[in-house]
Design a protein around this ligand. Structure first.
Ligand SMILES: Cc1cc2nc3c(=O)[nH]c(=O)nc-3n(C[C@H](O)[C@H](O)[C@H](O)COP(=O)(O)OP(=O)(O)OC[C@H]3O[C@@H](n4cnc5c(N)ncnc54)[C@H](O)[C@@H]3O)c2cc1C
Length: 416
């Protein structure tokens, strides 16, 4: 085992050889942090590199845990992952809460999905049929029944669906708790390149031995994880045969304070479909609400004026009181989009695991995704449900569909 400058579990830097296995993770979004936490619990000496922890999609996310209301047509490999992760979430969130000694905002407060007009009501009705066919618990309710339960719903809500099993977590609190647990194991520098052993095994594959940071430091480890969200493919040295087709899908989201006289604005997550556009209002325990989110594939990384206009207009149709609230934050971030909305998790070279492409559902999928990633690092990924493992296969978009054929890291110039 190589000697490194990796950080000891008590946070002190050390050059002493270690007996435990070491892992270095690129990316301190929710996926990198939760994976690092799981590996720490499994006895690994963990280091996470990120120049700006929790500054990606995780920072923007509302934190809806919505395996049911996120069901859309033709995503058969995504549903089992969402359902499994939803099932795991309570235990996952509570374990982190307990270890960190701070709340993560996990609330089982259910969801209404409201229709903004009769065409939207029909769309929701068709989705309910699909959800029922999948054995999910959903119930169509009248607009007046919805208004009795949530008096802030206005006349613009013409029908609703009650989804008792869709909940929420506060991604920022969850990551604060993980950062607290991981402490100085999170190092504020970006990963530039995957390091490999000199010649590799004759006739076999080069093995990843760590990460070189952008400041030149080398973080040697037995296992390397790339969990850098939409930027994962920018870390040099991924196998040249590996195709990670990530694309940024921007989302604008607003955070608002609800005036005392309107508290609570809503008591559960209110999602809506307004003229075909999705909108949601997620109430937080502190009396604020999160209003989101647009979905843009343009090149505007900042907050879109049109996006803000659309969110306020559509939310106003369902919950008119939203316009009496105070906007205290507007954020736009890129979701790490994948072609089939399903993440890419698994080994791509000896000692090298990727975990990215969580797209619209990364907060929900963290419970199962971080477990699968930690299992990949430990070599036990195949012990999981075969359907889940093949759904997230990181090689499924590559012409070479066999990790054993990945022999060489990608030279820098070929990435361009
Ligand atoms: C507006 C919006 C709302 C959303 N709402 C929900 C929701 O309600 N429910 C849900 O389940 N999902 C939601 N999502 C999706 C979810 O946020 C993402 O799927 C999830 O956060 C992805 O997590 P990640 O850790 O993979 O990526 P990120 O959170 O993007 O983190 C990647 C990290 O990698 C770091 N990084 C980048 N390059 C490097 C490098 N070279 N070296 C080291 N670090 C690097 C970045 O600084 C960043 O901190 C939402 C997304 C958006 C944008």
């Amino acid at each position: 085992m190589a000697v490194s400058t990796a950080y000891a579990e008590n946070g002190a830097s050390t050059r002493a050889p270690k007996t435990e296995r070491r892992v270095v993770v690129a990316g301190a979004g929710i996926i990198g942090l939760a994976t690092a936490w799981r590996l720490l619990r499994r006895g690994f000496d963990v280091t996470v590199l990120d120049a700006a922890p929790v500054s990606g999609a995780t920072f923007a996310a509302a934190g809806m845990l919505a395996p049911v209301s996120e069901v859309v047509w033709d995503q058969p490999t995504l549903y089992p992952l969402m359902v499994e992760s939803g099932r795991m979430y309570r235990e996952f969130a509570l374990a982190i809460e307990q270890e960190a000694g701070s709340g993560v905002g996990y609330i089982e407060n259910s969801t209404f999905v409201c229709a903004g007009d009769s065409a939207d009501r029909q769309t929701l009705g068709e989705l309910v049929e699909l959800q029922h066919a999948m054995g999910m618990s959903v119930e169509r309710i009248t607009a007046s029944a919805a208004r009795r339960a949530e008096p802030a719903l206005g006349p613009g809500c013409v029908g609703a669906v009650d989804i008792p099993g869709d909940h929420q977590v506060n991604p920022r609190l969850l990551c604060d708790a993980l950062l607290e647990i991981l402490g100085e194991r999170v190092v504020r520098v970006a990963a530039a390149e995957v390091l490999y052993d000199g010649a590799g095994v004759p006739g076999g594959q080069a093995r990843a031995t760590g990460l070189r940071a952008t400041d030149g430091r080398e973080f040697l480890a037995d296992e390397v994880v790339i969990a850098a969200g939409v930027d994962s493919g920018d870390v040099s040295g991924l196998p040249k045969e590996l195709n990670l087709p990530l694309r940024p899908v921007y989302g604008d989201v607003l955070r608002l304070r609800v005036p005392e006289r309107l508290q609570p604005l809503v008591t559960r997550t209110i999602r809506g479909v307004v003229q075909g556009r999705p909108v949601y209002i997620v109430p937080r325990a502190d009396g604020t609400v999160v209003l989101g989110a647009t979905s843009r594939e343009d090149d505007m990384a900042g907050v879109s004026a049109e996006g803000v206009h659309q969110l306020l207009r559509d939310a106003y149709r369902l919950v008119p009181g939203i316009l009496e609230c105070e906007i205290y934050e507007m954020t736009a971030k890129a979701r790490p989009g994948s072609p089939d909305d399903v993440p890419m998790i698994g080994q791509v070279a000896p000692g090298l695991t990727v975990s990215t492409g969580y797209f619209r559902h990364g907060i929900l999928l963290t419970a199962v995704g971080s477990k699968l990633t930690a299992d990949s690092v430990c070599g036990t990924l195949a012990d999981n449900d075969a359907g889940l493992v093949s759904a997230v296969d990181p090689w499924r978009f590559s012409e070479v569909n066999d990790p054993q054929r990945s022999t060489q890291p990608q030279p820098e110039e070929e990435k361009l």
